[in-house]
Design a protein around this ligand. Structure first.
Ligand code: NAD
Ligand code: IPM
Ligand code: MN
Length: 361
């Protein structure tokens, strides 16, 4: 196991700096408990970088990211930069970062243990035991297809996937399914889109020829959205493209209770990138009220990716135990009454890191 690891932090905009700081505090506590040597470097990114250097992904930031062992991003974007277009936007910087790193596989887990099912937007009985991994293709599809045109009278975006792009993300989904319940639901719009027909054909062939032990089903994305709400426990791994994965992962957050709870890992490239699923929530910025769990669990996914399984487990258990003990940020409490601040949540969670038993549990 590597003795020292270097983390690039990209706090970004809105609540990004608050949740990134929360994740850093948790990592520092985990480092003490598990004798890990972690070093941190903060880089400019997103709207903050636009304000200081004029563009969202400065070359120094990209090169620091390429040289790190892991990258932890907060969130980017906000009304201040909404007048900018395309690549000049904070969002353009995020797409350039993902693509520059080559992180094509975005893993977005959503799990609802029975003990936390009451936090869900849906009735607890409907969601408890839900355990879904959304495997979203991250550097292709309509987010990157050319041509992309915006004129006064018309606009064009292009959805495109090559066989090779579909093959590699399908292999990632199948590999994860093997470690789980062995079931993949591939989500597309093959009744309408040519790209989706190629997607379905290719995913089916890879599963059949290379992963015969995996059961693969297919759903159209409109039905998949409904099924996620009607019967979320039917899903194990959801395999889908960039746009559908973006939408379905936000939708899935309602199963757990809040978008602020969901983490993600972006893998398969030069350096793994970890980012909460949520955005910069500008209306909450600077209020010490954002839910830091998505960012903290993203840091946990980074530890897992490094093979630090005990440390990763301590993060997951500390989150679960803190929530179970009734420490909730405002997004988890209707009307916000009785909620606690981001910083109070983190302080409480850190007490769980130092006491949690990861070996025997
Ligand atoms: P958002 O995810 O910022 O917010 C959606 C809703 O969820 C809001 O009601 C917000 O208050 C709530 N929310 C989100 N995260 C939360 C948290 N941690 N704790 C409590 N509540 C939370 O999405 P949006 O409002 O559509 O977008 C705002 C900005 O963020 C836009 O500029 C968008 O482009 C950007 N964005 C960035 C990312 C990213 O950086 N990865 C992701 C999505 C959106
Ligand atoms: C996400 C976000 C991004 C995406 C935006 C900000 C580019 O919504 O990470 O889910 O669409 O991928
Ligand atoms: Mn999104």
């Amino acid at each position: 196991m590597k003795s020292s690891r270097h983390i690039v932090l990209l706090p970004g905009d809105g609540i990004g700096p608050e949740v990134t700081n929360a994740a850093r505090l948790v990592l520092e506590s985990v480092a003490v408990r598990y004798a890990l040597e972690l070093t941190f470097e903060e880089c400019e990114f997103g709207g903050a970088a636009i304000d200081s250097v004029g563009f969202p992904l400065p070359p120094e930031t990209l090169s620091a990211c390429k040289n790190a062992d892991g990258i932890l991003m907060g969130a980017i974007g906000g009304p201040r930069w909404d007048h900018l277009k395309g690549e000049e936007r904070p969002e353009g910087g995020l797409l350039a970062l993902r693509s520059g790193l080559g992180v094509f596989a975005n893993l977005r887990p959503v799990s609802v243990p029975a003990s936390l099912a009451h936090l869900s937007v849906l009735p607890p009985k409907k969601v408890e035991g839900t355990d879904i991994l959304v495997v979203r293709e991250l550097i292709g599809g309509i987010y990157f297809g050319k041509p992309r045109v915006l004129e006064a009278e018309y606009a064009v975006d292009t959805m495109t996937y090559s066989v090779a792009e579909i093959e590699r993300i399908t292999r990632v989904a199948c590999t994860w399914a093997r470690r789980r319940k062995g079931h993949i639901t591939s989500v597309d719009k093959a009744n309408v889109l040519a790209v989706s027909r190629l997607w379905r054909e290719t995913a089916t062939r890879i599963a059949r020829d290379e992963f015969p032990d995996i059961q693969m089903d297919h759903l159209y994305v409109d039905n998949a959205a409904m099924q996620l709400v009607l019967n979320p426990r039917q899903f194990d791994v959801i395999l889908t493209g960039n746009l559908f994965g973006d939408i379905l992962s936000d939708l899935s957050s309602t199963l757990a209770g809040s978008l602020g709870l969901l983490p993600s890992a972006c893998l398969g490239g030069i350096t793994p990138l970890f980012e909460p699923v949520h955005g910069s929530a500008p209306e909450l910025a600077g209020k010490d009220s954002a839910n830091p769990v998505g960012a903290i669990l993203s840091a946990g996914m980074m530890l897992e990716e490094w093979g630090e399984s005990e440390a990763a487990k301590s993060v997951r258990l500390a989150v679960e135990n803190t929530l179970k003990a009734g420490y909730w940020t405002a997004d988890l409490v209707s009307g916000g009454r009785g909620s606690i601040s981001t910083s109070a949540f983190v302080s409480e969670l850190i007490t769980h890191i130092t006491t949690v038993e990861t070996v025997s549990s």
